[in-house]
Design a binder for this molecule. Structure first.
Ligand code: NAD
Length: 482
């Protein structure tokens, strides 16, 4: 969707019960991270509007659940076709709003469509179980029932993919959804070209207040949230009041372990990508690099050369890396580097805003490599979510595992080695939900994406992610004996 079209959405951004409506709440600016200019304003939905969206979803849910999974799967395929047909404009919106390079935005659009198609494939595969009864003439059915109304609360870093990651399984299994914040452009397309029955998908825009209103409302059956760890904790506390289910996909502090026998031709490009994709703003990004002392000098030298060769610039102009998404994200990254310096880390390259006229406006931060770090420094403990790589030398696998596991987070980890036994022992010992071995980031949508520790409760994708949107209903059939 073009910037003009986005601007045209201003004031009419709530999609409730199958229709768009103007909103009463205060407008929030959506800012272009390159030009630092507002692209559009979206309203912050009030409590009453959030409740109205939940009411629409609640009213639509029994009817939607009564359709066959085949019908629901057909809707998801239609949505995936729609995404493919509008690939370029959706990607353009992502570039405008997030500042990610066009190639990465196109990758997100394709991934979003694939997530919907994968969920659709479950239309003929949803299974229950049949068990023998306690007595003769009895059989027990375990049925997969929908949970009800899902509040899908999404982050800004993959606005389209994370939305489809929730929409696909939620809708296929018979739930209805209220989305916040939104990939407004996708909801536009759905409304105009492939309308679902009214109330099946609803949209409310807004910030913390709107999200909190959805969570606290007793009409919400389950909150499917992706975002910051601290927000996840606030959501879980609030959801406790109504015993609302939560699925929380939170942040990470992924270690990348480069073992003594690692192939640096594999490890270096893999870690560079795993650190700098979307300017470092990915939950699975390599956030701390642990390199065996024998390779430390060579790794650091070659890694620095590789990040210095990354092309920064216009996300539409073939750059490898664009700006950070917002002034707040830039300030957070700059503060993380300043704190690391204060704690004794040395900056090998980067360190702040890149030089040059092209970077005078926009939320730019140069790829930054730090050495002389210790495992206790804040840069090694808190999620940075920016293009900063602290490199720490390690002497043994035990030490690497100890440093890696000494974290409240447990989403993803990376291992680079040619020693199968060392790799498998490390996999066993790491307390992380998603481990990449001799490759860069990028999960498979038919596998499972889940965090250990404070990286989340739940897990998305694949069979187990889909079934999370169901609950088991047990029916005892007593038909008696002759
Ligand atoms: P965030 O937690 O600030 O915001 C996420 C969403 O929650 C937004 O829509 C926001 O408006 C809403 N929100 C904020 N406070 C709320 C409250 N009290 N109640 C209900 N909703 C509330 O996160 P963000 O900055 O948008 O995203 C970045 C974070 O997301 C990072 O930590 C990143 O690691 C994480 N993330 C995790 C995954 C994953 O799959 N594990 C994927 C992408 C991003």
């Amino acid at each position: 969707m073009s910037t003009d079209a986005l601007t045209a959405l201003a004031g009419e951004s709530l999609y409730i019960g199958g229709g768009w409506r103007p909103a009463a709440g205060e407008p929030i600016a959506v800012v272009d991270p390159v030009a630092e200019q507002p692209l559009a304003h979206v309203p912050s939905a009030t409590h009453a509007e959030a409740h109205a969206a939940l009411e629409a979803a609640h009213a639509a849910q029994p009817g939607w659940a009564a359709t066959s999974p085949i019908t629901r799967g057909a809707h998801l395929r239609e949505l995936a076709d729609l995404i493919a047909a509008h690939r370029d404009e959706l990607a353009d919106t992502l570039v405008s709003e997030v500042g990610k390079p066009t190639a990465q935005a196109l990758g997100e659009v394709d991934f979003a469509g694939d997530l919907l198609r994968y969920s659709a494939e479950w239309d003929r595969r949803l299974e229950g179980e049949i068990l023998p009864g306690e007595t003769a003439g009895e059989v027990v059915h375990l049925l997969r029932a929908p949970v009800g109304v899902i509040a899908a609360i999404c982050p800004w870093n993959f606005p389209l993919a994370v939305l489809c990651r929730k929409l696909g399984p939620a809708l296929l299994t018979g739930n209805t959804v209220v989305v916040k914040p939104s990939e407004i452009a996708l909801l536009r397309l759905i409304a105009e070209h492939a309308p679902l029955p009214p109330g099946v998908v609803n949209l409310v825009t807004g910030g913390r207040e709107t999200g909190a209103a959805l969570v606290a409302d007793e009409l919400t059956s389950m909150v499917s949230f992706t975002g910051h760890r601290d927000t996840g904790k606030a959501i879980m506390a609030s959801a406790a009041a109504n015993l609302t289910r939560v699925a929380l996909e939170l942040g990470g502090k992924a270690p990348a372990i480069v073992w003594r026998d690692a192939d640096l031709d594999v490890a270096i490009p893999a870690v560079v990508t795993a650190r700098h994709h979307n300017a470092g703003q990915v939950c699975t990004c390599a956030e701390r690099v642990l390199v065996h002392h024998d390779l430390l000098e060579e790794f650091t030298e070659r890694y620095v050369a590789a990040v210095e060769s990354l092309r920064l610039g216009d996300p539409r102009g073939g750059a490898d890396m664009g700006p950070l998404v917002s002034a707040a994200q830039l300030a957070k990254t700059e503060a993380a580097v300043a704190t690391a310096r204060g704690e004794g880390a040395s900056v090998v390259t980067g360190g702040g805003r890149p030089a040059g006229e092209a970077f005078a406006t926009g939320y730019w931060h140069a790829p930054t490599v730090l050495r002389d770090v210790s495992a206790q420094m804040q840069i090694m403990r808190d999620e940075t979510f920016g293009p900063v790589t602290p490199i720490l030398g390690i002497g043994s696998l035990e030490e690497a595992v100890e440093v890696a596991n000494d974290s409240r987070y447990g989403l993803s980890a990376y291992i680079f080695s040619r020693d199968y036994q060392a790799i498998m022992r490390t996999v066993d010992a790491l307390r992380f939900g998603e481990i990449y071995i001799n490759r860069t980031r990028g999960e498979s949508l038919h596998a499972h994406h889940s965090g250990f520790g404070e990286s989340g409760i739940g897990g998305e994708d694949g069979k187990w992610g889909l079934l999370r949107y169901t609950q088991i209903k047990t029916a005892y059939h007593h038909y008696g004996e002759d």
